[in-house]
Write a protein that binds this ligand. Structure first.
Ligand SMILES: [Zn+2]
Length: 119
């Protein structure tokens, strides 16, 4: 995983609400999921695109450091392919995490959302 991209640095350096940083368990889980994809023979890279920064919906866990967004590179190209790859990711997903495919109603801005929700 090419973690050392600009969003990764933002995740590490920039503080969210109440001075919280992105929980490192999320970054660790990203690496485990990428390893699972590679083990399944998928030549895909996880690319962190958003952590605490940026606009997110009301009630979002991003500003609290408890969620990250990522893309798959190369782009899966269809919702079905996204879901197929995320199903592989879920085989190694800790019970305290939730993983969703997200896109805008017009189909743009496809990405996956990983959330740490120990409650
Ligand atoms: Zn998100």
């Amino acid at each position: 995983m090419r973690l050392l991209n600009e969003p990764y640095h933002r995740a590490v350096r920039f503080l969210g609400m109440n001075g919280r940083r992105t929980d490192p368990l999320l970054l660790w889980q990203l690496q485990i999921m990428e390893q699972a994809l590679h083990a399944a023979g998928e030549s895909v890279t996880l690319w962190l695109t958003s952590a605490t920064e940026g606009p997110h919906g009301a009630g979002s866990m991003h500003p609290w450091g408890d969620a990250v967004d990522f893309d798959l590179v190369p782009d899966p190209g269809s919702v079905a392919e996204w879901e197929r790859l995320l199903t592989i990711c879920r085989t190694v997903l800790g019970v305290e995490f939730q993983l969703f495919y997200e896109q805008k109603p017009d189909g743009s801005n496809s990405h996956a959302h990983l959330e740490l929700d120990p409650g």
